[in-house]
Design a protein around this ligand. Structure first.
Ligand code: PEP
Ligand code: MN
Length: 361
């Protein structure tokens, strides 16, 4: 007789596997959809945990807010069929209770919950004395302290297995992504919790299909431990997040297209470490340029304003104030006065050029 593993053991193995792949629909919609997705995910042979939203915290009312407790037996059934552990989002004590009652294997706290310490505490209190792995998504707003606070609350409740999910941050005016990745924040979070499972969620960062691979690849290059990607048997007809979901088959293709990092062989250790750091530098440089580009756009707006009001471009007082401020800030960050001067001169010149074009157009 072959030995059969318990679901707890299978979940444990999944938790420790690298890369850890979590996939499934944004929302459980119908029993058929859940079962069919489960079968197709299993067929890819690449999915370690199946996700599904049961209660959906939507930003605006009126959109699908989740099937609720009635969907939990569907997940149980899917798990029985495929042997793949299941994960859902919980936001209240009652949801934790229901999830545990229906033997959900992994819970996660969503971005809209992580922002609220009251909610996180309620979930944490409901988890006291329970042995279940918990993933914590970054808060919607780019505030690392909130994310760290949520980890602390859950840890204090006695949860031993805590993982992090980076799903990007809401930022006004951002168009390329649904939620800006702000990789530097993820990198900083990882630096603070070096041994904690760290997953990337390209679906909620991208909000669309065409750049999923790009974001997933960046995450893998930055040494994330795995990915959570939304899949649906008929993505265009999904009841939530239709634009970003892909079929399980497409998920298989996407995972095949990723250049996975080589195992750290002893002789390669140095190069691997160097490569990782260089990736981080590239990422930060990209973000710096993005920010400087945005700064120039604002400066152009000011240029327009000055033109309409017939004011000169250069206003010495303002410039001195900017420099004084930068010296003070720079000093705290370990940046020399010499560097600050050179840097701001360059930015200032570029800014004047942009404004000049506006004034003389
Ligand atoms: C989700 O995973 O479907 C979800 C609601 O994600 P987030 O909390 O990241 O918005
Ligand atoms: Mn979703």
């Amino acid at each position: 007789m072959t030995e059969t593993k318990s679901m707890k053991e299978i979940t444990q193995e999944a938790w420790n596997k690298r890369p850890l792949i979590i996939s499934g629909p944004c929302s459980a919609e119908t029993e058929e959809q859940v079962m069919e997705t489960a079968v197709q995910l299993q067929r890819t042979g690449k999915v370690d945990v199946m996700r599904a939203g049961i209660w959906k915290p939507r930003t605006r009312p009126g959109s699908f807010e989740g099937i609720g407790t009635k969907g939990l037996p569907w997940l149980q059934k899917a798990k029985k069929l495929t042997g793949i552990p299941v994960a859902i989002e919980v936001a209240t004590a009652k949801q934790v209770e229901d999830a545990l009652h229906f033997e959900v294997d992994i819970l996660w706290i969503g971005a809209r919950t992580t922002v609220n310490p009251f909610s996180v505490q309620e979930v944490a209190d409901a988890l006291r004395g329970v042995d279940v792995p918990v993933l914590i998504k970054n808060p919607i707003n780019p505030d690392l302290e909130l994310w760290i606070g949520a980890v602390e609350r859950v840890a204090k409740a006695g949860i031993r297995q805590i993982g992090l999910i980076h799903r990007g941050f809401s930022s006004y005016g951002n168009t390329e992504y649904r939620n800006a990745p702000m990789w530097h924040l993820a990198i900083e979070m990882k630096r603070r919790h070096p041994n904690m499972l760290f997953i990337n969620d390209p679906s909620h960062i991208c909000g669309r299909r065409d750049i999923l691979l790009d974001v997933a690849q960046t995450a893998i290059d930055l040494d994330f431990d795995g990915l959570m990607i939304e899949t649906h048997v008929d993505p265009d007809k999904a009841w939530s997040d239709a634009k970003q979901q892909i079929t399980p088959e497409k998920l298989g293709e996407l995972l095949n297209s990723i250049r996975w990092r080589k195992e750290d062989v002893a002789s390669e250790e140095y190069h691997t470490a160097l490569e990782k750091l260089r990736q981080q530098i590239n990422q930060l440089d990209d973000e710096l340029m993005q920010i400087i580009g945005e700064r120039m756009k604002i400066s152009e707006k000011i240029g327009k304003y000055k033109k309409e009001n017939n004011i000169t471009i250069l206003q010495t007082n303002r410039w001195n104030a900017i420099l004084e401020r930068a010296f003070k800030k720079g000093d705290k960050l370990g940046l020399s006065k010499e560097f600050i001067t050179k840097y701001f001169d360059a930015v200032h010149m570029e800014s004047i050029n942009h404004q000049n074009q506006i004034m003389n157009s």
